[in-house]
Unconditional design. Structure first.
Lengths: 180, 145
């Protein structure tokens, strides 16, 4: 009989501390501009106050898929390589720490799904809460053995209303193959 | 000259309508700018040595950048009054510096609820290495008449 998979106990549990993760900064024009520059996205409702005011949005809105970026943890650049790319040192109890300790130290994103309930405006302070939705049995892949992990994140505005949801899937693996 | 972000006319859109191609000349700058703008500091997206040590051949584009380009691809076509309500993407081969990433897509369904039109799109983005991502999206647009 095969041993029960200890990772299945983590399904449904919050990722990280059991509290919403509040964005370090409210939705702001400089970060929106930075995003639009990176993708050469000249949609005027993101940066032109006049056009945005006359649009159905009534004012500047953030590109919808910035939702994940607003609540990304603020990184500490020192030690980035040593931590295997983790933005900050783990507390040893997060899902990622548990997977890292089991040898699945490398990460590859495999998919992302968004549901946008509404676009967000300048000045909004967003928060997110993420739970582990699923974790696969160990699989052998082109890049190494690993587990497919899917998280479900709910994004809320300052009043607690849901502004969007995201399902984010990654492969956590033991490097040994090749990312070609 | 007509407004490049003018609202698409929902009445002109049918299942099978093709979106204009979006071609991205991917350089290291594109990959790094996208990673940092999305606040993703994973070294595989900006540190070539680190990426190679992880088994890659070079730095590669992060998935948050894919979402950024998808958003642009959709509203470049549908216009600034369009609201993207859903996006789902699955990744294939990575995108490295030097790749030419081409987005191609078509409308799969069109519906209307009062003065709101809904458009569903299926698309993919490929480089010379193969399919980088495939995806679907839903937009809503104001409809008159």
């Amino acid at each position: 009989m095969t041993a029960p998979d200890p990772f299945q106990d983590l399904v449904g549990r919050p990722v990280g501390r059991d509290a919403p993760s509040v964005a370090p900064d409210p939705v702001n024009q400089p970060m929106i501009r930075h995003w639009t520059v990176a993708f050469e996205d000249r949609n005027p409702v993101y940066t032109d106050p006049e056009v945005a005011a006359g649009s159905r949005f009534g004012g500047i809105v953030a590109p919808p898929f910035m939702l994940q970026a607003w609540t990304m943890p603020t990184p500490t650049i020192s030690g980035l390589r040593e931590r295997g790319g983790a933005p900050v040192a783990g507390d040893g109890e997060s899902l990622i720490s548990v997977l890292d300790d089991a040898g699945y130290i490398a990460t590859l994103a495999t998919g992302s799904e968004y549901e946008i309930v509404r676009y967000v405006r300048l000045g909004e302070l967003l928060s997110s809460r993420t739970v582990l939705e699923s974790i696969s049995a160990e699989k052998s892949t082109r890049v190494g053995t690993g587990r497919f992990v899917t998280w479900l994140t709910t994004y809320r505005d300052a009043s607690g209303e849901v502004v969007g949801r995201q399902r984010f899937s990654i492969l956590k693996f033991k490097p040994g193959g090749a990312i070609r | 000259m007509s407004d490049p972000y003018a609202l698409i006319d929902w009445h002109e859109v049918v299942a099978g309508t093709e979106l204009p191609e979006l071609v991205i000349d991917v350089t290291a700058s594109v990959i790094v700018a996208g990673a940092i703008a999305t606040r993703d500091f994973m070294p595989v997206h900006h540190d070539r040595e680190y990426a190679i040590a992880q088994g890659s051949s070079d730095i590669f584009m992060n998935i948050l950048s894919d979402a950024g380009f998808c958003g642009r691809y959709l509203t470049d076509w549908a216009g600034y009054e369009a609201r993207v309500t859903k996006l789902a993407i699955r990744l294939g081969v990575p995108v490295f510096p030097g790749a030419v990433l081409t987005y191609r897509g078509r409308v799969t369904a069109v519906a209307r609820d009062g003065d709101t039109g809904r458009i569903e799109v299926a698309f993919d983005a490929s480089t010379e290495l193969g399919e980088h991502l495939s995806g679907t999206a839903t937009l809503d647009v104001p409809v008159a008449g």
